[in-house]
Design a protein around this ligand. Structure first.
Ligand code: NAP
Length: 488
């Protein structure tokens, strides 16, 4: 396997919020790796901007610390680090005043066609002030690209307002809404698996698929993000964006080509075909209790009356011909047994078993499990003959397509999602970014579920840390004669 690197053209990147967590943990390491791998040209210019005062030298130290912490000192190439640091400078720019904006004038359109990217790595309350000031000083002239991250609104009305505002300053082709799940190698591999192979697509429908499960489980709690998370909850933080995007990639029709709007049109159709959830038993919430030496959620966020959910389990359907009556089960939560993100497609069992020794007279289900983290890869559970002379006994066995092994053998590193996504912005490729109408369609589906919970005004049931979530979530599956896959 050969990692082919297609260099991008020289570009300008301004990171608003360059001293923040996202910039230090994700953007800086991603850019360093792209330089190291020869994709980012040495004459790209990177400008850090935030409201605190730092000299460029001081900021370069912050960058160096971030590289040591998040890439690791042993993995750093000193020459490359030195080159990287010289590409970066810093200017104090306050989103809320006129202070510092003149320093960004060199990033105005100069007619050269050099890509200019403005990354809003700041809290959403700064989106409007930053873009307004960009516009006032002329930075929105030409074809700049703007990058924004979740949360993109907290409901349909606020997402619509944000889209309208961004749309008043930029064309849709200039707006890059990141959902970093779409930048994960395995998620892109899911598209390759479906649309570059003829093996699964003929089976990818209600005739052959029993059900789909999507799990995003975290073992940690809110970890200092309590001020942001409380009042937001798992539905807004995980389901509306990441999980619905994964569902779209599983359920979408093959697009006519791999062009941004062709792909996004098909995802939008899935979102619009999602059946509203009306049965309260099909929308389970939970909140983690204290245990195993950890405080409860309410203690952690210092809000003893918090109704915010840290766990959600849902059952829904995609109401179209392909997926009629196929349940899609979604589950996400914090402080669960393990950190796992996985999509599984369970195929129907064979209609008739010829093997008398098979359990219940039938062979097991084939399950295609797409693991996003940890151990990215794809595994297919097959039924095989149990080896040995003991007669025709059947047993499940996994066909393992774990990419980490192959990458390791070829001494390749699994790239982080942000490496791909930031380079895509520079290339002007929006395929892996959400379009405004997708974001709104997702909120339109999520809003009534949140409204139903709010109307009932009940505390979410608690669950034990280290468990698989509240009992109601297990019951949701049980009623259908199915089981969640193990978290672990
Ligand atoms: P953060 O750690 O709080 O950083 C915020 C940044 O904004 C800092 O650099 C801060 O620097 C800057 N800032 C604050 N006030 C400012 C002002 N008046 N003018 C200019 N800059 C100002 O936040 P974060 O975690 O990096 O998140 C950034 C964005 O990404 C948010 O929208 C968040 O929801 C989203 N996001 C983050 C993650 C993540 O992993 N962290 C994941 C997904 C989405 P100064 O204080 O120096 O000004």
């Amino acid at each position: 396997m050969v990692a082919r690197v297609v260099p991008v053209e020289p570009f300008d990147l301004v990171v608003f919020g360059a001293t923040g967590d996202l910039a230090r943990r994700k953007l800086i390491p991603a850019l360093y790796h792209r330089l190291h791998d020869g994709q980012m040209p040495p004459d790209a210019r990177i400008r850090g901007a935030a409201s605190s005062e730092h000299s460029t030298e001081n900021y370069r130290n912050i960058v160096l610390e971030a590289l040591n912490e998040f890439v690791g000192p042993d993995a750093l190439d000193k020459d490359c680090v030195d080159r990287f640091l010289t590409m970066i400078d810093y200017h104090r720019v306050d989103a809320m005043s006129e202070s510092g904006w003149a320093s960004l004038l060199p990033y105005k359109d100069d007619g050269s066609g050099r890509p200019r990217v403005f990354y809003l790595s700041v809290a959403p309350r700064f989106f409007e002030p930053v873009v307004t000031r960009m516009s006032e000083v002329g930075l929105t002239e030409g074809e700049p690209r703007i990058v924004v991250e979740k949360p993109l609104g907290r409901d349909l009305a606020s997402a619509h307002k944000l889209n309208q505002f961004l749309g008043s300053k930029f064309e849709e082709r200039q707006i890059y809404r990141i959902d970093h799940y779409l930048g994960k190698e395995t998620v892109q591999n899911l598209m390759a698996l479906r649309f570059a192979n003829n093996l699964f697509e003929p089976l990818w429908n209600a005739g052959h698929v029993d059900h789909v499960q999507i799990t995003v489980a975290e073992s940690v709690g809110v970890e200092g993000r309590g001020a942001y998370y409380d009042g937001i909850g798992a539905m807004r933080d995980m389901v509306q964006n990441h999980m619905l995007q994964l569902l779209c990639l599983i359920a979408m029709e093959p697009p006519a080509n791999f062009e941004p709007n062709a792909v996004r049109d098909e995802k939008l159709k899935v979102l619009r075909a999602l059946a509203p959830i009306t049965d309260a038993d099909d929308m389970v919430r939970g909140q983690y209790a204290a245990g195993k030496g950890n405080p409860s959620y309410q203690e952690e966020v210092d809000n003893p009356t918090s109704h915010t959910e840290t766990f959600v389990a849902l059952k829904t359907h995609v109401s179209n011909w392909r997926w009629a009556d196929v349940p899609f089960y979604l589950r996400t939560g914090k402080r669960l047994r393990a950190r796992v993100s996985e999509i599984s497609v369970t195929f129907k069992a064979v209609p008739h078993s010829i093997f008398p020794t098979a359990k219940n007279g039938k062979a097991g289900h084939n399950v295609l499990a797409i693991r996003l983290q940890p151990d990215e890869g794809i595994r297919l559970t097959m039924t095989i003959k149990d080896p040995g002379p003991g007669g025709m006994r059947l047993a499940p066995a996994e066909l393992d397509m774990t990419f980490a092994d192959r990458l390791q053998a070829a001494k390749l590193r699994m790239p982080d999602a942000y490496e791909r996504l930031v380079m895509d912005v520079v290339r002007g490729d929006q395929t892996l970014f959400m379009r405004g109408d997708e974001v709104e369609a997702a909120w339109a589906w999520v809003d009534p579920i949140i409204a139903a919970w709010e109307e009932r005004a009940e505390y979410p049931p608690t669950y034990d840390p280290g468990s698989a979530g509240p009992e109601d979530a297990l019951m949701l599956m049980h009623r259908d004669g199915r089981r969640w896959r193990e978290i672990g």
